[in-house]
Write a protein that binds this ligand. Structure first.
Ligand SMILES: [Fe+2]
Ligand SMILES: [Fe+2]
Length: 337
């Protein structure tokens, strides 16, 4: 029995209430907002197994199903190399990329959950953030179950990001306790681009596999709360930071965002090797493709806007944004900004 229905079952996706509030139509004090988000987690939440009918006949995954094919608007999908592959290979590449995307997503969520537990550890008794953080940990655990189940059913053995854990994750997790503002920039850096890509896919009107549609709908609905909390946490706490922490935040944010956005938006080394994608095709599709850059900027537009609003894009840090290729001049700003 689904624990929440409504907009999820229709073709049209409605922006949830908490997201509309984030857009500023109604102002409320931060603790009230946090309590309301916690309440939403009680009345509108999902279970990875109770709310997805994994074994229904229509949900079965066939790697050669044409619905997995990349669209011509996709960076790789638009290349002559991709279009010249046999239909079955085109479908496999699309599904392999989706499975990799989900594996990266669940690894990101692993770091996120551990960071949230660190964040909750230092909170005083009675703090509404404590309850909210635990709701979010529970929801992310359901997402990770859902993503891993999807990966398992594709039949691909996805390695995921082994370097991630070695290099950055311990530090990021510790920031949950020692520097939560930086931690929540990391959260937005991961969640905002995923959310953007999933919303675009849901609105795209393509013939989407029902299992993928269900997974994405559930994810987008719950992520709206997580994004709302992270944005409002930053709005509430960044203005009170001292000059040193503000400086560190302004300089580290563009690095975090550049790395996170790239991770989500191109095929893994495993895929490149498995299908023999030539280096010039990768260059054409990603490295030297202005459309790819435009899409990355579009995915980062919301979080960049928030950091600008909070005064965290300074003349010095702006140089970093430019050097990392994630700055668009106002004239070139994507419409979504
Ligand atoms: Fe999630
Ligand atoms: Fe999330």
């Amino acid at each position: 029995m689904p624990t929440a229905t409504g907009e999820l079952l229709g073709d049209r996706y409605e922006v949830p209430e908490e997201e509309r509030t984030a857009a500023g139509r109604r102002r409320e004090a931060f603790p009230d907002l946090v309590r309301r988000l916690s309440h939403q987690s009680v009345v509108k939440h999902f279970d990875a197994y109770a709310d997805i009918d994994w074994d229904a006949p229509g949900m079965r995954i066939d790697p050669e199903d044409p619905r997995w094919e990349l669209s011509p608007e996709d960076m790789l999908g638009g290349t002559a190399w991709y279009r010249s592959q046999p239909a079955g290979v085109r479908s496999r590449i699309g599904l392999h990329m989706m499975a990799t995307f989900m594996k990266i997503g669940l690894q990101f969520e692993g770091v996120l959950k551990r960071g949230l537990l660190e964040f909750a550890l230092r909170l005083p008794n009675g703090s509404p953030e404590f309850r909210y953080a635990y709701h979010e940990v529970i929801e992310e655990a359901q997402h990770s179950l859902m993503f891993q189940e999807f990966v398992n059913r594709t039949g691909f053995d996805i390695p995921g990001l082994s370097w991630w854990q070695q290099l950055g994750s311990r530090q990021v997790i510790r920031f949950g306790r020692t520097f939560p503002e930086l931690f929540f920039v990391f959260v937005l850096g991961g969640e905002d681009p995923i959310d953007h890509v999933q919303r675009m896919a849901l609105r795209g009107g393509r013939d989407m596999h029902p299992l993928l549609r269900r997974v994405m709908q559930i994810h987008v609905t719950e992520e709206a709360r997580h994004l709302c909390f992270a944005r409002h946490y930053l709005r509430e706490h960044v203005p009170a930071l001292g000059a040193v922490k503000r400086f560190v935040l302004s300089m580290r944010a563009p690095f975090i965002l550049a790395v996170m956005a790239q991770m989500m938006m191109r095929p893994s080394g495993q895929i490149v090797r498995a299908y023999g994608i030539p280096a010039e095709v990768i260059r054409e599709a990603y490295t030297q493709n202005p459309r790819q850059r435009g899409r990355t900027l579009e995915a980062l537009a919301k979080v960049r806007g928030l950091l600008e609003e909070l005064g965290l894009v300074t003349p010095v840090s702006k140089r970093l944004w430019e050097l990392l290729g994630i700055w668009a001049s106002p004239a070139a700003q994507p419409a979504a900004a």
